[in-house]
Design a protein around this ligand. Sequence first.
Ligand code: TXA
Ligand code: MG
Length: 333
Amino acid sequence: MRDAPAGLPRKANSGRSCDFTGLKTRVCQAKDGIAEAVSLLSAGEPVALPTETVYGLAADALSPVACAKIFEAKERPLSDPLIVHLPDNAWLARIATPTPLALALADAFWPGPLTLVLPRTDIVPDIVTDGRETVAVRRSAHPVFQEIVETLGRPLAAPSGNRFGRISPTTADHVLAELDGRIPLVVDAGPCAHGIESTIVEVLDDRLRILRQGPVTADDLKAFAPLDDTRGTTAVPGGMKSHYAPRTRLVIQENPRPSSENHGLLAWQASGEGFAHVEHLSATGDLREAAAALYGAMRRLDAAGLELITAEPVPESGIGAAIMDRLRKASAR
Ligand code: TXA
Ligand code: MG
Protein backbone atom coordinates (compact mmCIF):
# COMPACT_ATOMS: atom_id res chain seq x y z
CA MET A 1 0.00 0.00 0.00
CA ARG A 2 1.24 3.49 -0.70
CA ASP A 3 2.29 5.54 2.29
CA ALA A 4 -0.51 7.56 3.77
CA PRO A 5 0.23 11.26 4.27
CA ALA A 6 1.85 12.03 7.63
CA GLY A 7 -0.60 11.75 10.49
CA LEU A 8 -3.11 9.61 8.61
CA PRO A 9 -3.62 5.93 9.44
CA ARG A 10 -2.36 3.46 6.83
CA LYS A 11 -5.86 2.18 6.23
CA ALA A 12 -7.38 1.54 2.83
CA ASN A 13 -10.70 2.92 4.02
CA SER A 14 -9.52 5.83 6.08
CA GLY A 15 -12.26 7.86 4.38
CA ARG A 16 -9.68 10.37 3.12
CA SER A 17 -8.37 10.31 -0.38
CA CYS A 18 -5.17 8.39 -1.05
CA ASP A 19 -2.48 9.96 -3.19
CA PHE A 20 -3.32 9.22 -6.82
CA THR A 21 -1.54 12.36 -8.08
CA GLY A 22 -0.52 12.11 -11.72
CA LEU A 23 -2.41 8.88 -12.29
CA LYS A 24 -4.44 9.01 -15.51
CA THR A 25 -6.96 6.30 -16.31
CA ARG A 26 -6.93 5.05 -19.90
CA VAL A 27 -9.79 3.13 -21.48
CA CYS A 28 -8.69 0.60 -24.12
CA GLN A 29 -10.81 -1.58 -26.36
CA ALA A 30 -10.16 -5.27 -25.73
CA LYS A 31 -8.12 -5.69 -28.94
CA ASP A 32 -5.40 -3.26 -27.78
CA GLY A 33 -6.01 -3.58 -24.05
CA ILE A 34 -5.20 -7.23 -23.47
CA ALA A 35 -1.40 -6.96 -23.82
CA GLU A 36 -1.32 -3.74 -21.83
CA ALA A 37 -3.45 -5.25 -19.07
CA VAL A 38 -1.15 -8.25 -18.79
CA SER A 39 1.90 -6.01 -18.60
CA LEU A 40 0.37 -3.77 -15.88
CA LEU A 41 -0.88 -6.77 -13.88
CA SER A 42 2.60 -8.37 -14.09
CA ALA A 43 4.01 -5.13 -12.71
CA GLY A 44 1.65 -5.35 -9.71
CA GLU A 45 -0.84 -2.71 -10.85
CA PRO A 46 -4.64 -3.01 -10.63
CA VAL A 47 -6.64 -3.02 -13.91
CA ALA A 48 -10.41 -2.95 -14.45
CA LEU A 49 -11.52 -5.91 -16.57
CA PRO A 50 -14.81 -7.13 -18.01
CA THR A 51 -16.31 -10.35 -16.69
CA GLU A 52 -19.59 -12.01 -17.69
CA THR A 53 -21.19 -10.74 -14.46
CA VAL A 54 -19.90 -7.19 -13.77
CA TYR A 55 -16.63 -5.31 -14.38
CA GLY A 56 -14.00 -6.23 -11.80
CA LEU A 57 -10.93 -4.42 -10.48
CA ALA A 58 -8.25 -7.07 -10.86
CA ALA A 59 -4.75 -7.46 -9.45
CA ASP A 60 -2.26 -10.30 -8.96
CA ALA A 61 -3.89 -12.39 -6.21
CA LEU A 62 -0.55 -13.72 -4.99
CA SER A 63 0.93 -10.24 -4.46
CA PRO A 64 -0.22 -8.61 -1.21
CA VAL A 65 0.92 -5.17 -2.38
CA ALA A 66 -0.97 -5.45 -5.68
CA CYS A 67 -4.09 -6.50 -3.73
CA ALA A 68 -3.66 -3.58 -1.33
CA LYS A 69 -3.99 -1.25 -4.32
CA ILE A 70 -7.47 -2.68 -4.99
CA PHE A 71 -8.60 -1.79 -1.46
CA GLU A 72 -7.04 1.65 -1.81
CA ALA A 73 -8.69 2.49 -5.15
CA LYS A 74 -12.12 1.26 -4.00
CA GLU A 75 -11.82 2.65 -0.44
CA ARG A 76 -12.87 -0.81 0.60
CA PRO A 77 -12.42 -1.96 4.20
CA LEU A 78 -9.75 -4.63 4.58
CA SER A 79 -12.33 -6.71 6.45
CA ASP A 80 -14.12 -7.42 3.15
CA PRO A 81 -12.28 -10.31 1.43
CA LEU A 82 -11.68 -10.67 -2.34
CA ILE A 83 -12.69 -13.32 -4.89
CA VAL A 84 -9.76 -15.10 -6.57
CA HIS A 85 -10.27 -15.75 -10.32
CA LEU A 86 -8.35 -18.77 -11.59
CA PRO A 87 -6.64 -19.22 -15.00
CA ASP A 88 -7.89 -22.85 -15.15
CA ASN A 89 -9.37 -25.62 -12.98
CA ALA A 90 -5.92 -27.03 -12.20
CA TRP A 91 -5.27 -23.90 -10.11
CA LEU A 92 -8.14 -24.80 -7.79
CA ALA A 93 -6.09 -27.27 -5.73
CA ARG A 94 -3.21 -24.76 -5.42
CA ILE A 95 -5.44 -22.07 -3.93
CA ALA A 96 -8.01 -24.15 -2.02
CA THR A 97 -8.78 -27.62 -0.71
CA PRO A 98 -11.59 -28.81 -2.95
CA THR A 99 -13.93 -31.55 -1.72
CA PRO A 100 -15.56 -33.94 -4.25
CA LEU A 101 -18.67 -31.74 -4.10
CA ALA A 102 -16.58 -28.64 -4.93
CA LEU A 103 -14.96 -30.43 -7.86
CA ALA A 104 -18.36 -31.48 -9.19
CA LEU A 105 -19.58 -27.86 -9.01
CA ALA A 106 -16.43 -26.56 -10.72
CA ASP A 107 -16.89 -29.12 -13.50
CA ALA A 108 -20.52 -28.18 -13.98
CA PHE A 109 -20.41 -24.37 -13.71
CA TRP A 110 -16.88 -23.17 -14.56
CA PRO A 111 -16.01 -21.04 -16.29
CA GLY A 112 -19.11 -19.14 -15.19
CA PRO A 113 -20.89 -17.02 -12.57
CA LEU A 114 -20.45 -19.31 -9.55
CA THR A 115 -18.03 -18.51 -6.71
CA LEU A 116 -17.08 -21.30 -4.30
CA VAL A 117 -15.98 -20.61 -0.72
CA LEU A 118 -13.52 -23.33 0.32
CA PRO A 119 -10.70 -23.92 2.82
CA ARG A 120 -7.67 -22.03 1.52
CA THR A 121 -4.04 -23.01 1.09
CA ASP A 122 -0.98 -21.18 2.44
CA ILE A 123 -0.10 -19.43 -0.82
CA VAL A 124 -3.14 -17.14 -0.55
CA PRO A 125 -2.08 -13.84 1.03
CA ASP A 126 -3.91 -12.83 4.22
CA ILE A 127 -5.01 -9.55 2.65
CA VAL A 128 -7.10 -11.51 0.13
CA THR A 129 -9.12 -13.37 2.78
CA ASP A 130 -8.73 -10.94 5.69
CA GLY A 131 -7.00 -13.78 7.50
CA ARG A 132 -9.91 -16.20 7.10
CA GLU A 133 -9.33 -19.92 6.71
CA THR A 134 -11.52 -19.87 3.59
CA VAL A 135 -11.06 -18.33 0.15
CA ALA A 136 -13.66 -17.43 -2.48
CA VAL A 137 -12.74 -18.74 -5.96
CA ARG A 138 -14.24 -18.69 -9.42
CA ARG A 139 -13.34 -18.79 -13.12
CA SER A 140 -14.74 -16.08 -15.36
CA ALA A 141 -16.34 -17.11 -18.66
CA HIS A 142 -15.57 -13.76 -20.32
CA PRO A 143 -13.21 -14.39 -23.28
CA VAL A 144 -11.24 -11.17 -22.65
CA PHE A 145 -10.82 -11.89 -18.95
CA GLN A 146 -9.87 -15.48 -19.78
CA GLU A 147 -7.22 -14.44 -22.27
CA ILE A 148 -5.70 -12.02 -19.77
CA VAL A 149 -5.63 -14.40 -16.81
CA GLU A 150 -4.35 -17.29 -18.94
CA THR A 151 -1.57 -15.16 -20.46
CA LEU A 152 -0.62 -13.89 -17.02
CA GLY A 153 -0.61 -17.48 -15.76
CA ARG A 154 -1.49 -16.39 -12.22
CA PRO A 155 -4.81 -15.99 -10.40
CA LEU A 156 -6.40 -12.55 -10.21
CA ALA A 157 -8.12 -11.13 -7.15
CA ALA A 158 -11.04 -9.05 -8.40
CA PRO A 159 -13.92 -7.43 -6.56
CA SER A 160 -16.49 -5.45 -8.51
CA GLY A 161 -14.95 -2.25 -9.94
CA ASN A 162 -16.99 0.28 -7.94
CA ARG A 163 -16.21 2.38 -4.87
CA PHE A 164 -17.09 0.47 -1.75
CA GLY A 165 -20.83 0.17 -1.08
CA ARG A 166 -21.84 1.54 -4.49
CA ILE A 167 -23.51 0.02 -7.53
CA SER A 168 -21.39 -2.53 -9.44
CA PRO A 169 -20.28 -1.41 -12.93
CA THR A 170 -21.65 -3.20 -15.98
CA THR A 171 -19.92 -0.99 -18.60
CA ALA A 172 -16.48 0.64 -18.90
CA ASP A 173 -18.16 4.05 -18.46
CA HIS A 174 -19.55 2.93 -15.11
CA VAL A 175 -16.03 1.97 -14.03
CA LEU A 176 -14.75 5.42 -15.02
CA ALA A 177 -17.55 7.06 -13.02
CA GLU A 178 -16.27 5.17 -9.96
CA LEU A 179 -12.50 4.93 -10.36
CA ASP A 180 -11.26 7.57 -12.85
CA GLY A 181 -7.84 8.83 -11.78
CA ARG A 182 -7.35 5.95 -9.34
CA ILE A 183 -6.33 3.09 -11.65
CA PRO A 184 -4.17 3.04 -14.80
CA LEU A 185 -6.42 1.10 -17.20
CA VAL A 186 -9.95 -0.04 -17.97
CA VAL A 187 -10.31 -2.74 -20.64
CA ASP A 188 -13.59 -2.07 -22.45
CA ALA A 189 -15.45 -5.05 -23.90
CA GLY A 190 -18.97 -3.59 -23.91
CA PRO A 191 -21.76 -4.34 -21.44
CA CYS A 192 -21.63 -7.44 -19.21
CA ALA A 193 -23.92 -10.33 -20.16
CA HIS A 194 -25.42 -11.11 -16.73
CA GLY A 195 -25.21 -7.62 -15.22
CA ILE A 196 -25.35 -8.99 -11.68
CA GLU A 197 -22.58 -10.46 -9.51
CA SER A 198 -21.80 -14.18 -9.32
CA THR A 199 -23.65 -16.52 -6.99
CA ILE A 200 -21.49 -17.24 -3.93
CA VAL A 201 -21.85 -20.62 -2.26
CA GLU A 202 -20.05 -22.02 0.74
CA VAL A 203 -19.22 -25.67 0.15
CA LEU A 204 -19.71 -27.69 3.33
CA ASP A 205 -19.03 -31.46 3.52
CA ASP A 206 -22.29 -32.63 2.02
CA ARG A 207 -24.34 -29.42 1.91
CA LEU A 208 -24.22 -25.99 0.29
CA ARG A 209 -24.94 -22.59 1.77
CA ILE A 210 -25.79 -19.74 -0.60
CA LEU A 211 -24.02 -16.62 0.69
CA ARG A 212 -25.05 -14.34 -2.20
CA GLN A 213 -27.73 -14.98 -4.81
CA GLY A 214 -26.80 -14.59 -8.46
CA PRO A 215 -27.10 -16.01 -11.98
CA VAL A 216 -26.64 -19.62 -10.80
CA THR A 217 -29.90 -20.21 -8.92
CA ALA A 218 -30.87 -22.25 -5.87
CA ASP A 219 -32.62 -24.71 -8.19
CA ASP A 220 -29.41 -25.15 -10.22
CA LEU A 221 -27.48 -25.93 -7.01
CA LYS A 222 -30.07 -28.21 -5.39
CA ALA A 223 -29.27 -30.82 -8.02
CA PHE A 224 -25.81 -31.22 -6.40
CA ALA A 225 -26.47 -31.13 -2.65
CA PRO A 226 -29.07 -29.99 -0.11
CA LEU A 227 -29.06 -26.25 0.60
CA ASP A 228 -28.88 -24.71 4.07
CA ASP A 229 -31.62 -22.17 4.60
CA THR A 230 -30.01 -18.74 4.79
CA ARG A 231 -33.02 -16.56 4.02
CA GLY A 232 -32.92 -13.26 5.80
CA THR A 233 -29.28 -13.55 6.83
CA THR A 234 -26.39 -11.39 5.70
CA ALA A 235 -24.00 -14.15 4.87
CA VAL A 236 -21.04 -12.56 3.01
CA PRO A 237 -18.79 -10.14 4.87
CA GLY A 238 -19.42 -7.50 2.19
CA GLY A 239 -23.13 -8.27 1.97
CA MET A 240 -24.32 -5.75 4.51
CA LYS A 241 -27.80 -4.48 4.06
CA SER A 242 -27.06 -1.10 2.50
CA HIS A 243 -24.92 -2.43 -0.35
CA TYR A 244 -25.54 -1.53 -4.01
CA ALA A 245 -27.08 1.75 -2.90
CA PRO A 246 -27.89 4.66 -5.18
CA ARG A 247 -27.48 8.05 -3.47
CA THR A 248 -31.16 8.84 -4.05
CA ARG A 249 -33.59 7.19 -1.61
CA LEU A 250 -35.12 4.05 -3.10
CA VAL A 251 -38.28 2.26 -1.95
CA ILE A 252 -39.87 -0.94 -3.24
CA GLN A 253 -43.58 -0.79 -3.97
CA GLU A 254 -46.19 -2.71 -5.94
CA ASN A 255 -48.58 -0.72 -8.15
CA PRO A 256 -46.46 2.42 -7.85
CA ARG A 257 -47.96 5.92 -8.16
CA PRO A 258 -46.02 9.18 -8.43
CA SER A 259 -46.07 11.14 -5.16
CA SER A 260 -44.32 14.29 -6.41
CA GLU A 261 -43.11 15.96 -9.61
CA ASN A 262 -39.65 14.64 -8.97
CA HIS A 263 -40.33 10.96 -8.48
CA GLY A 264 -38.54 8.25 -10.54
CA LEU A 265 -39.58 4.68 -11.32
CA LEU A 266 -37.62 1.50 -11.87
CA ALA A 267 -40.35 -0.35 -13.70
CA TRP A 268 -41.06 -4.04 -14.17
CA GLN A 269 -44.64 -3.96 -15.49
CA ALA A 270 -45.98 -0.46 -14.77
CA SER A 271 -46.21 2.05 -17.64
CA GLY A 272 -44.67 4.74 -15.47
CA GLU A 273 -47.20 7.40 -16.41
CA GLY A 274 -46.78 10.55 -14.34
CA PHE A 275 -43.25 9.73 -13.16
CA ALA A 276 -40.46 12.21 -13.90
CA HIS A 277 -38.02 9.53 -15.08
CA VAL A 278 -38.80 5.89 -15.86
CA GLU A 279 -36.41 3.01 -16.52
CA HIS A 280 -37.98 -0.22 -17.78
CA LEU A 281 -36.09 -3.37 -16.79
CA SER A 282 -37.42 -5.52 -19.64
CA ALA A 283 -40.05 -4.79 -22.27
CA THR A 284 -40.76 -8.52 -22.64
CA GLY A 285 -40.84 -9.47 -18.93
CA ASP A 286 -37.57 -11.41 -19.22
CA LEU A 287 -35.82 -11.68 -15.83
CA ARG A 288 -32.39 -12.27 -17.38
CA GLU A 289 -32.74 -9.12 -19.46
CA ALA A 290 -33.87 -7.31 -16.28
CA ALA A 291 -30.78 -8.45 -14.36
CA ALA A 292 -28.52 -7.25 -17.18
CA ALA A 293 -30.29 -3.87 -17.23
CA LEU A 294 -30.60 -3.35 -13.46
CA TYR A 295 -27.41 -1.53 -12.46
CA GLY A 296 -27.29 0.74 -15.53
CA ALA A 297 -30.93 1.72 -14.89
CA MET A 298 -30.17 2.41 -11.21
CA ARG A 299 -27.23 4.61 -12.19
CA ARG A 300 -29.31 6.65 -14.68
CA LEU A 301 -32.10 7.13 -12.13
CA ASP A 302 -29.52 8.17 -9.54
CA ALA A 303 -28.05 10.75 -11.94
CA ALA A 304 -31.45 12.27 -12.75
CA GLY A 305 -31.63 14.49 -9.67
CA LEU A 306 -34.79 12.82 -8.33
CA GLU A 307 -36.26 13.14 -4.86
CA LEU A 308 -37.27 9.50 -4.63
CA ILE A 309 -36.95 6.32 -6.71
CA THR A 310 -39.63 3.64 -6.49
CA ALA A 311 -38.68 0.17 -7.65
CA GLU A 312 -41.40 -2.26 -8.66
CA PRO A 313 -40.79 -5.77 -7.31
CA VAL A 314 -39.99 -8.54 -9.81
CA PRO A 315 -41.00 -12.22 -9.44
CA GLU A 316 -38.56 -14.05 -7.14
CA SER A 317 -38.05 -17.01 -9.44
CA GLY A 318 -34.71 -17.86 -11.07
CA ILE A 319 -32.44 -14.81 -11.23
CA GLY A 320 -35.38 -12.73 -9.95
CA ALA A 321 -34.33 -13.73 -6.42
CA ALA A 322 -30.94 -12.08 -6.98
CA ILE A 323 -32.57 -8.94 -8.43
CA MET A 324 -34.87 -8.63 -5.38
CA ASP A 325 -31.89 -9.18 -3.05
CA ARG A 326 -30.09 -6.22 -4.68
CA LEU A 327 -33.23 -4.03 -4.62
CA ARG A 328 -33.79 -4.75 -0.90
CA LYS A 329 -30.19 -3.83 -0.17
CA ALA A 330 -30.48 -0.67 -2.27
CA SER A 331 -33.60 0.31 -0.28
CA ALA A 332 -32.14 -0.43 3.17
CA ARG A 333 -30.64 2.85 4.28
O1 TXA B 1 -19.36 -11.56 -10.16
C1 TXA B 1 -18.57 -11.35 -9.25
O2 TXA B 1 -18.48 -12.11 -8.27
C2 TXA B 1 -17.68 -10.12 -9.37
C3 TXA B 1 -16.73 -10.33 -10.56
C4 TXA B 1 -15.74 -9.20 -10.70
O3 TXA B 1 -16.09 -11.56 -10.43
N1 TXA B 1 -16.94 -9.93 -8.16
C5 TXA B 1 -17.54 -9.47 -7.03
O4 TXA B 1 -16.66 -9.27 -5.98
O5 TXA B 1 -18.73 -9.24 -6.93
P1 TXA B 1 -17.03 -8.41 -4.69
O6 TXA B 1 -15.76 -8.29 -3.94
O7 TXA B 1 -17.69 -7.16 -5.08
O8 TXA B 1 -17.99 -9.36 -3.90
C6 TXA B 1 -17.48 -10.55 -3.36
C7 TXA B 1 -18.15 -10.89 -2.09
C8 TXA B 1 -17.90 -9.89 -0.97
O9 TXA B 1 -19.14 -9.59 -0.35
C9 TXA B 1 -16.99 -10.62 -0.01
O10 TXA B 1 -17.23 -10.24 1.30
C10 TXA B 1 -17.36 -12.07 -0.26
O11 TXA B 1 -17.58 -12.13 -1.64
N2 TXA B 1 -16.26 -12.99 0.07
C11 TXA B 1 -15.00 -12.98 -0.39
N3 TXA B 1 -14.26 -13.95 0.20
C12 TXA B 1 -15.07 -14.60 1.05
C13 TXA B 1 -14.91 -15.70 1.95
N4 TXA B 1 -13.74 -16.31 2.11
N5 TXA B 1 -15.98 -16.09 2.67
C14 TXA B 1 -17.18 -15.48 2.52
N6 TXA B 1 -17.39 -14.43 1.68
C15 TXA B 1 -16.36 -14.00 0.96
MG1 MG C 1 -18.88 -5.63 -4.93
